[in-house]
Design a protein around this ligand. Structure first.
Ligand code: ASP
Length: 350
């Protein structure tokens, strides 16, 4: 009998030590019917020196508008996929960001956009790559998810599908912005690809294009379903046909109701090589580490060590928000049904 009791106590102890529970005192359990949205507008040289008051105001207003659009969907009882789409649409329509209108140029002087969306409940996902006639690429990604058996369509095929489903198509001239073209001219011929907001030296010249960024959103709706999406023009001076991490499920975008939703921004190739978003989710699911620790591990010990730069936003299954970046800053914000509303741009609070 004594032996049995000892075995029972030992089993209880082992269960209590199960590392699958999230270890973080700040983690709050989800309130019934609560909802939240977190967004980003790209990472890079987002510093106070690089942004005057007027620019800071323009960015924070647009980020707020995007969060409000997503939040309104959730408040009405809408689903997280629609909320993510609504928030991303606002940023795609703004030339402030490197997605939709205002996308960056590739080495040939063309704009080729990528986008993806994922449903954390079903693990269904949709994405488009290398498109330049779809006004809002995130809508086309959703069509791929909802109406095909595929996950990723590229170029002409993606555009044909979008048109067939009545998505707004535009002449590629719609995406033009003078500033983006200047950004390309500065780096063209230098065999250098550039992250949106980064400032860097070529010879003695400081190439200081820090004003635009890839966009992303993650939402959790009243039913506790998580969705994540990302939309981008990629990186300035990227090679023709180059596809980055943003439309690749598990790299730039991932959502899983068991863990969290994630959207990434940064030098895409490094997020691809580390399967970044899925890696964070796996660390949470299988190692039992907190979202904060998982993000830090991938951003700094994996991506950073390889030479990559950028950041990620994350919303966990309880509606807790986390983010991390190894760039100077990242445009970001979140809004929750408990009244919290935050917009930030610069370095992280220690
Ligand atoms: N990750 C994007 C890409 O590599 C760029 C960005 O986030 O700014 O295409």
């Amino acid at each position: 009998m004594k032996k049995l009791t000892t075995l029972f106590l030992l089993a209880l102890l082992l269960l209590a030590c199960d590392s699958k529970s999230i270890k973080n005192e700040n983690i709050v359990q989800r309130e019934p019917n609560s909802f939240a949205i977190v967004i980003h507008g790209g990472a890079g040289g987002v510093t106070r020196e690089n942004h005057n008051q007027e620019q800071q105001k323009a960015y924070s207003q647009k980020l707020q508008e995007a969060m409000d659009a997503g939040y309104a969907v959730l408040e009405k009882g809408g689903n997280s996929l629609d909320a993510v789409q609504a928030a991303i649409n606002v940023m795609e329509d703004s030339p402030l960001f490197n997605a939709g209108k205002g996308a960056v140029y590739n080495s040939e002087g063309n704009q080729e956009m990528d986008a993806s969306i994922m449903d954390g409940k079903t693990l269904k996902a949709g994405a488009v790559a290398g498109v330049n006639h779809i006004k809002n690429p995130i809508l086309a990604a959703r069509i791929v998810m909802d109406s095909t058996n595929h996950v990723l369509l590229s170029g002409k095929g993606a555009e044909m599908l979008a048109e067939k489903h009545g998505i707004e198509m535009v002449d590629s001239a719609y995406f033009f912005t003078e500033k983006r073209l200047n950004q390309l001219r500065k780096v063209q011929g230098k065999d250098k690809i550039q992250l949106d907001h980064s400032a860097f030296l070529i010879g003695n010249e400081l190439i200081d294009d820090h004003k635009f960024g890839t966009v992303g959103a993650v939402a959790i709706d009243k039913n506790g379903n998580i969705a994540a999406g990302t939309s981008t023009g990629g990186m300035t001076n990227k090679k023709y046909g180059r596809i980055g991490d943003s439309p690749i499920i598990g790299q730039g975008t991932y959502a899983n109701n068991l863990t969290c939703g994630i959207s990434a921004t940064g030098t895409g190739e490094y997020f691809m090589r580390t399967i970044a978003a899925h890696e964070v989710s796996n660390l949470i699911q299988y190692k039992g580490v907190s979202a904060k620790e998982a993000l830090h591990e991938v951003m700094f010990n994996q991506i950073g060590k390889l030479g990559g730069e950028g950041g990620m936003i994350l919303l966990d299954k309880n509606g807790n928000v986390s983010w991390d970046f190894n760039s100077d800053g990242m445009f970001r914000g979140y809004k929750k049904s408990n009244g919290e509303n935050v917009v930030e741009m610069f370095e992280q609070a220690k």
